[in-house]
Design a binder for this molecule. Sequence first.
Ligand code: UD1
Length: 421
Amino acid sequence: MSDKYIIEGGRPLRGEINVSSAKNAVLPIIACCAMIKDMVVLHDCELLSDVENMLGIIKSLGGKYEITGDSIVIDCKGLHFSAVNHELTGALRSSVFILGPLLARFRRAEISYPGGCDIGLRPIDLHLDGLKKLGVIIDEDNEKLRSDGRRLHAGNVTLAFPSVGATENLIMTATLTEGRTVLKNVASEPEIVDLQNFINAMGGNVHGAGTSTITVDGVKRLHGGTYSPIRDRIVAGTYLIAGSMCGGKVTVHGISSDWLTALTEKLRYAGVKITERPESITVESNGSLRMINKIETKPYPGFPTDLQAPITALMSSSIGRGYIIENLFENRFRHVAELIKMGADITVCGRAGTVRGAHLHSAQVRAEDLRGGASLVLAGLKAEGKTEIMGVHHIDRGYYKLEEKISLLGGKIKRVKISCV
Ligand code: UD1
């Protein structure tokens, strides 16, 4: 059973919040610790449920960790080779990140196939094709993936598509592989730059992250150290959308405004006043927004697929008609049926959605995935009346203490604990 949120909407949001650490930066960094025999301390690292699951994988392989406040101490000296537990890989799609570090350290890895998830099939063929080009022999059956990296070598890999996860797995594998590996057509998300910065802070030699070509000069070992991962641009974007659609003035601190240009451009078009400073963004609006004409999700620096559901909530309550094209994932419109229960006027055909502005009202809805769940919170904050959102465990995967942050901004939101009897 999962907690639920009760939101009393229709209030403007005002205030300033510090954004928590980026889940999508923290997960590969924790996986990367599997190939470091010294102690690593991650500071300012909030404990989301996905982060706990990744730590669970480290522990299941013999690594240790300790959490003190927002710091996580990870000690993988005693980590040993073994197959990664099927249930753990099932609970976390990002478990695939462990493949590269295990190959780098033990020259072999055995994981269960991460399979599909709530937003689409999410195959890992690009990860595997890249590894094969570096000499890894992969034996796949329906459930298990056995990788033999005894002939692992440096090389050139051009990805067929700039997959975030494949880019990260290949960087980590190449980090402890002698010689120069050149990765082309890679993803350029800020979280990949952060992984590069982490690896280099631990003695690695990775260059080019943030562009479409990354060069990895293999080193013999990484040493331990301390690191603070970057803040979460998607979480920041969600609060900026909240402030824009509810009206008021919201400032998010801790992120570079460059990371959210694709969003702020659209918010400006909608009539939101945006003030950007080097490490913060402020939105100011009266809550009555012009419809964004078109959102099309693309790899960074294009409009992020992870903000598609939140911006759909904003568009649902804007004035006019707009279009959404979801290019990244094939099943990322599950929030639409729930938004419609709240009065939204949206039609979806395959990967395209048409949104006609409507008056949102309160309802009882269910989060079916992480970002879709966030979009329901936004709609609940906008809609007058009491909205009940079930399935909050999905939201907990990526939003740290969301109810506290929203309350800080003056929103009325309550978490109701639902315990098993
Ligand atoms: C990461 C993010 C996720 C975000 C996504 C796209 C993490 C932990 N998660 O996911 O929040 O929504 O980037 O920005 O960082 N694909 C293949 N074969 C592969 C790999 C990917 O076909 O081997 C396809 C996927 O199905 C999808 C597209 O490529 O259609 C993008 O996927 P990818 O960039 O790999 O996303 P993730 O790393 O899974």
